[in-house]
Design a protein around this ligand. Structure first.
Ligand SMILES: Cc1cc2nc3c(=O)[nH]c(=O)nc-3n(C[C@H](O)[C@H](O)[C@H](O)COP(=O)(O)OP(=O)(O)OC[C@H]3O[C@@H](n4cnc5c(N)ncnc54)[C@H](O)[C@@H]3O)c2cc1C
Length: 434
């Protein structure tokens, strides 16, 4: 186990110094993480566990937001196992899904079978993301050197001689300056950090947006999370216990046009896809109950600058296809902690260290995005453009004919390319924070 430079942690932690009234509050840490999503919370936790002083700044007051994905993949569950949390984690309410499929026209197609993935948990856990993030936050809060600042929105970078040395943030109590050896942008697809850093973004395009809404769920409904594809429409329904979180996929840019129609015509489209919702679509009283989520797929050419790194969606925005974005963000966080904890702790971090993170994570990112773009263009785009009753194309029919083939997408979705493992040791000799 790594010995902890406890004096350094305590010094940085308690160096939090508020100036005179009206002056910004200033804190000094070794790493400042902008954004408390899956990437940011996992990175904050792992670095603090390794003895690095970390401040995670999250702009919202809680993690309770509907548009978050709910998929915890076998590879993330494996990380929970490596950290010794798996049993405790699986006590949180969740749904274990061993197979994924969908309905194309009138045909049910099974596409992925997770019962053979090489991990302890051979299923995807569907769990509200706020439960997952609260769990990580709880674990992290028990570590000295960790602080999570909610309602702290990063507005800009602090730079000195071309090097990023911290961030300016806004909080309900006034401005906050966080000075750090490293700033990590984990602030998602609309990242302020990447915009302020002036990073170049390569846009891969997405032909769709998603209308996101909630319908109540009854005991007689199908138990599984469901995907429906038919005649110009795609709908995904995620089982959230007493409700369905529904994602209705529409061609990019069509939301305004749809909203000009009466809500009844949208309700009818939902019932056509999932007839069992007939008795409750009226819960969508008007268009205010339906939120638009814009889908994009892009990536940074370079993920780092001196003193700054972006990971997760901030470095590479993922499409919802395959529900792999959270997983990839978490894998980035693990790789970052594995590669940077020691140089951060010893104060020897260089830009070459940051480059190693991009080198490690760029191939899985490119590979996964390529698959997503392929599916977007070959399947999603075609379904959205069709006015005919759909039948599964022959590659999908193969999955029904040869169930063994379902192991391949399961591996790609559940574990992905180049899975990461927790390699950085937990620091010892830390006196818990009062
Ligand atoms: C409609 C839709 C559905 C999706 N469904 C799934 C799914 O089911 N499964 C899946 O794996 N992936 C899904 N994805 C992709 C997934 O949401 C992302 O890939 C994943 O959330 C990336 O995690 P992250 O931590 O990098 O960023 P995010 O999850 O976006 O987290 C960023 C965090 O930073 C905070 N933040 C933003 N700006 C600031 C700021 N300036 N200062 C401080 N904090 C800030 C945000 O509040 C947020 O908490 C979906 C994407 C879309 C568009």
């Amino acid at each position: 186990m790594a010995a902890l430079p406890e004096d350094r942690i305590m010094a940085t932690l308690h160096a939090a110094a508020s100036g005179a009234p009206g002056e910004p509050e200033k804190i000094h840490v070794q790493c400042c993480v902008a954004g408390g999503g899956p990437a940011g919370m996992m990175l904050g936790f792992l670095l603090a566990r390794a003895g690095v002083s970390v401040a995670v700044l999250e702009k919202h007051g809680d993690f309770l937001r509907d548009f978050r994905g709910d998929t915890i993949h076998p590879s993330t569950l494996e990380l929970m196992h490596e950290l010794g949390f798996l049993d405790e984690f699986l006590k949180l309410p969740h749904e274990e899904v061993t197979e994924l499929g969908g309905r194309l026209g009138n045909t049910q197609v099974m596409i992925a079978d997770f019962r053979h993935v090489p991990t302890h948990c051979r299923f995807i856990a569907f769990m509200p993301q706020w439960d997952f993030l609260n769990f990580l936050a709880e674990k992290a809060r028990s570590l000295p050197g960790f602080q999570l600042r909610m309602k702290a929105e990063v507005k800009d970078l602090i730079e000195q001689n071309g090097r990023v040395i911290g961030v300016f943030a806004e909080t309900p109590n006034g401005p906050l300056e966080v000075h750090a050896d490293l700033v990590v942008g984990c602030d998602g697809r609309h990242s302020t950090v990447r915009a302020r850093a002036g990073f170049q973004v390569e846009d891969l395009g997405a032909p769709m947006d998603i209308l996101w809404m909630r319908l109540s769920r009854s005991a007689e409904d199908p138990p599984q999370t469901l995907g429906y594809f038919n005649r110009g429409h795609i709908m995904v329904m995620l089982n959230r216990g007493d409700s369905w979180q529904c994602g209705f996929v529409i061609p990019k840019g069509h939301a305004d046009e749809m909203r000009k129609q009466p809500i009844e015509s949208f309700r009818n489209q939902i019932v056509e896809m999932a007839p069992f919702t007939r008795d409750r679509v009226s819960e969508l009283k008007d268009w205010d109950a339906v939120k638009l989520l814009s889908v994009s797929v892009d990536r940074l050419r370079t993920w780092h600058r001196s003193g700054l790194l972006c990971i997760g969606d901030a470095a590479h925005t993922m499409s919802p296809i395959g529900g792999v974005g959270i997983n990839l963000a978490i894998q980035d966080a693990v790789a970052t902690a594995n590669l940077l904890a020691v140089p951060l702790r010893s104060g020897t971090l260089t830009e070459q260290d940051l480059e190693k993170v991009q080198q490690r994570r760029e191939f899985p990112t490119r590979f996964t995005q390529r698959l997503q773009v392929l599916i977007q263009n070959r399947i999603i785009g075609k379904v959205l453009a069709s006015s005919e009753q759909l039948a599964p194309p022959w590659p999908l029919r193969l999955f029904n004919a040869f169930p063994v083939l379902r192991r391949i997408p399961a591996r790609m979705i559940g574990v992905g390319v180049r899975p990461e493992h927790v390699k950085v040791a937990a620091a010892t000799a830390v006196s818990p924070r009062a």
